[in-house]
Design a protein around this ligand. Structure first.
Ligand SMILES: Nc1nc2c(ncn2[C@@H]2O[C@H](COP(=O)(O)OP(=O)(O)OP(=O)(O)O)[C@@H](O)[C@H]2O)c(=O)[nH]1
Ligand SMILES: [Mg+2]
Length: 298
């Protein structure tokens, strides 16, 4: 699935208004206002929408098309995205995935392992979700499906011990990338959030300097609420990035601008479907172009 298909639901929200505005040589106040409302409803932050509105007022004197004005402002708001070069990552690199229940952590861990594999590296999946029996077995199924190493914790066991064992195994089996899946936790539940600190300490104890990345997995269906979650996770455990899942099912894909603007945390990947191959490196230009693509471009 590509970006244009992946962002169909978000784009449908404002496609008509966008088409109207793009077709108007001199947009009037009503059209611009309508566009602004729709962008806000797709969870594009108000500050960014205001910039678009005021720039559109001046678009004519700049001799810039309306499309180009929108594109320029949105790209500026997003800034550049980091690139993870699996091929040159130091071995072993430990990536810890955190997030609320059902955000897509387990699926994303498997998708990342799949990417690492395709770059010629050996991944290991660590199932530090010991809360539910399904938590571990789900990751094991993924490991078998993509054919990679896994360390699975016992249900009810100590998640920190599983993370420790996973790194231990990666070191002895010469794995390059360790992806640690964790149990879903509500960002409002303090004791559960504190457990993440324990998990990090266990990881660092086995491998000083690890985890090299801590990424929060955010469900794009939640739009702006996902930004609130990310902030809470960031307060408890410093995040080095965001992965946005389910962009394909969300009509609030604009929330990624809020992630960049309000949290200033890079977005590494986006989930555009449920398969192991449906994880795209976050590409700001492709994302913005998909948002602004006319419907028949899908
Ligand atoms: N459409 C779509 N579905 C996704 C994506 N990522 C994950 N899912 C689905 O979302 C559901 C939850 O995914 P999981 O990976 O189990 O989420 P989790 O964060 O591990 O859940 P817990 O362990 O219960 O906290 C599953 O049905 C996945 O197939 C995505 O990018 N797009
Ligand atoms: Mg899970």
């Amino acid at each position: 699935m590509n970006w244009v298909q992946g962002l169909r639901k978000t784009r449908e929200r404002f496609a008509d208004a966008l088409r109207t505005v793009l077709a108007t040589p001199e947009p009037d106040d009503t059209t611009v206002e309508e566009l602004a409302d729709l962008l806000v409803s797709a969870d594009v932050p108000i500050r960014v929408v205001q910039t678009i509105s005021s720039e559109l007022d001046h678009a004519r004197s700049r001799r810039e098309s309306i499309h180009d004005t929108c594109r320029r402002v949105l790209l500026q708001a997003m800034g550049p995205a980091p690139v993870l070069d699996w091929a040159t990552l130091p071995s072993p690199t430990v990536i810890l995935l955190v997030g609320i229940n059902g955000s897509g952590k387990t699926t994303t861990a498997a998708k990342l392992a799949y990417q690492a594999q395709h770059a010629g590296r050996t991944p290991l999946l660590g199932a530090a979700d010991t809360y539910r029996a399904a938590g571990s077995s789900q990751l094991k199924i993924w490991a078998d499906r993509i054919g990679c190493e896994a360390v699975i914790g016992a249900t009810g066991g100590d998640a920190a011990a599983v993370a420790y064992d996973a790194i231990d195994a990666a070191l002895s089996r010469h794995c390059d990338v360790v992806l640690i899946d964790t149990a879903g936790r509500m960002h409002t539940r303090e004791p559960l959030m504190r457990e993440l600190q324990k998990l990090r300490l266990a990881i660092a104890k086995r491998l000083p300097g690890a985890p090299h990345h801590t990424w929060v997995v955010l469900d794009a269906m939640l739009g702006q609420n996902a930004v609130v979650q990310a902030r809470q996770f960031h307060d408890i455990t410093p995040l080095s990035g965001v992965i946005a899942t389910k962009l394909d099912g969300s009509s609030k894909g604009g929330f990624l601008f809020a992630v960049r603007q309000e949290l200033d945390i890079p977005i590494w990947y986006a989930g555009l479907g449920e398969g192991e191959n449906d994880l795209a490196r976050f590409d700001p230009a492709a994302y913005v172009d998909a948002l602004l693509a006319p419907e028949n471009g899908a």
